[in-house]
Ligand binder design. Structure first.
Ligand code: GLN
Length: 484
């Protein structure tokens, strides 16, 4: 059963070939057997899953099932889930049982999905390797010595190893696309505002966006239909109808104009990755697309601007963790100041503290204009670059990451190298655009991802291109041998 996509499982459920209870038991058994190798889950919710599965089977009997009803899923552990620990992979929230449910998880539960558990991640989604988790690193199912990427590394590893058919993730600077690329799965970061952020623990609110992490573009389309939509509880949520993404996957690609950003194929890109991306572009040309080079001149400014804006927002968002209302509290504080200092000092890990310090500095009087304001101006330039490119072409294509990623432990020695590895993904968040990563081949047994970037609210087009690409390739069908 685990070899099947969500779409295939959904058909098997509707034909009566399997039940949701059997499916759920199968995946729970896989989690029990394989997760000790991967550490992709922080919490497993077996009991709750089985009772949701029973309800889903019941609902199907009553003729009220949708494509998602009865399908198991794992959620990144920054989506608040009522009555279930929501830790953000931090000691700060190790004891936090959420009193309310995020909009995303609520919508998927309402559709009848079955939550198997909560996935490991970088602490507060800060990182690119899933190594900053309080619960220890997640391993890459393709090579246990490698990181799965991050911050949604647990979700990516769980789907790649088929411990769940599908997962949710979140992307502030690449955290859906980069782990999808490194684990050989399909990940979509929607347009900013497409999916509600209510109940998704905030890292950098003007950049954060939830999205699907799936085996295929078709599965991502089905999950996006369940996740997306206007939410009055999120003031930045877009009040637009949700298209039926799964209905437009089969449009042909004749006349599609693809742009290759010159800056994405410049110095720093691994030669093996470059040739796999070129091969993927050839496939799309065969399907009727035309290709031209375009330029995004501000590309080199994206990482520096992000590392002012994201920490600035994080320093403000994370001020709520003060040891008073919820989360970790130090033992026997002497006074209020000692309570704040020690609770935060002991509750947060090193990377989170680094970001809070950078952000607080960038926002402080005297430096605000020089750093924060300047970074906001750069953000505008980056957005203009993309707008200009989309006057010439329909979508942009390039690599998701410059290489196949780090060995475990490698990035801790050089955080700057880790920051720079997000060079192709971060500009997309600054511009608020949708983008997806698709499996496009392997180098030394490690997956490589192709990135598609489109104009605002072009998810249907990206998913259509992704699906067409996946009808002529089978990279997305490969599974790590150890988890077959
Ligand atoms: N790697 C980037 C960071 O550490 C992006 C993380 C994310 O998208 N959540 O900030």
């Amino acid at each position: 059963m685990h070899k099947q996509t969500l779409a295939e499982l959904s058909r098997a459920l509707s034909s009566g070939a399997i039940s949701s209870v059997a499916l759920t038991e199968h995946f729970l058994a896989r989690i029990q057997k394989y997760d000790p190798l991967l550490n992709s889950l922080i919490t497993t919710t077996a009991e709750q899953a089985l009772s949701q599965a029973k309800m889903a089977d019941e609902r199907r009997k009553q003729g009220k099932a949708t494509a998602l009803t009865g399908i198991p899923i794992v959620h990144k552990d920054l989506f608040c889930t009522q009555g279930v620990r929501t830790s953000c992979a931090s000691k700060m929230l190790d004891n936090f049982i959420s009193p309310y449910e995020s909009t995303v998880t609520q919508k998927l539960a309402d559709a009848g999905m079955v939550m198997l558990g909560k996935t490991n991640m970088d602490e507060f989604a800060m990182g690119s390797t899933s190594e900053t988790s309080f619960y220890g690193p997640t391993k890459n199912p393709w090579d246990l010595e490698h990181v799965p990427g991050g911050s949604s590394g647990g979700s990516a590893a769980a789907v790649a190893a088929r411990l769940a058919p599908i997962a949710t993730g979140s992307d502030t600077g690449g955290s859906i696309r980069q782990p999808a690329s490194l684990c050989g799965i399909t990940g979509l970061k929607p347009t900013y505002g497409r999916i509600s952020r209510f109940g998704m623990i905030a890292f950098a609110s003007s950049l954060d966006q939830g999205g699907p992490m799936a085996q295929t573009a078709e599965d991502a389309a089905l999950l996006l239909e369940g996740m997306a939509g206007f939410d009055p509880k999120d003031s930045t949520s877009a009040d637009l109808p949700v298209p039926r993404y799964s209905d437009t996957l089969n449009h042909d690609l004749k006349g599609l104009r693809i742009g290759l950003p010159r800056e994405f194929f410049a110095e720093g890109l691994d030669a093996g990755v470059a040739s796999l991306i070129q091969a993927a572009v050839k496939e799309l040309e065969k399907l009727g697309a035309s290709v031209k080079e375009v330029t995004l001149p501000s590309t080199s400014l994206a990482v520096p601007a992000y590392y002012v804006i994201a920490p600035a927002e994080a320093s403000s968002n994370l001020s709520r963790f003060d040891g008073v209302r919820f989360g970790y509290r130090c033992a026997q504080p002497k006074d209020l100041e000692d309570l704040y200092k020690r609770s935060r000092g002991e509750g947060f890990g090193a990377e989170v503290k680094r970001r809070i310090m950078i952000g607080t500095y960038a926002l402080s009087a005297g430096y605000y204009d020089a750093y924060y304001l300047q970074a906001q101006k750069v953000r505008r330039l980056i957005r203009q670059d993309y707008d200009n490119a989309f006057h010439e072409v329909d979508v942009l294509i390039g690599p998701t990451t410059p290489s196949t990623g780090f060995r475990l432990g490698e990035s801790a020695r050089d955080p700057l190298a880790m920051y720079l590895s997000d060079i192709y993904t971060i500009g997309v968040n600054l511009a608020g655009l949708p983008a997806m990563s698709l499996p496009a081949g392997f180098i030394n047994g490690l997956p490589v991802g192709l990135q598609l970037i489109g104009p605002h609210f072009s998810e249907a087009k990206l998913l259509n291109i992704g699906h067409q690409y996946q009808t002529v390739t089978d990279w997305h069908r490969q599974q790590p041998a150890q988890f077959a």
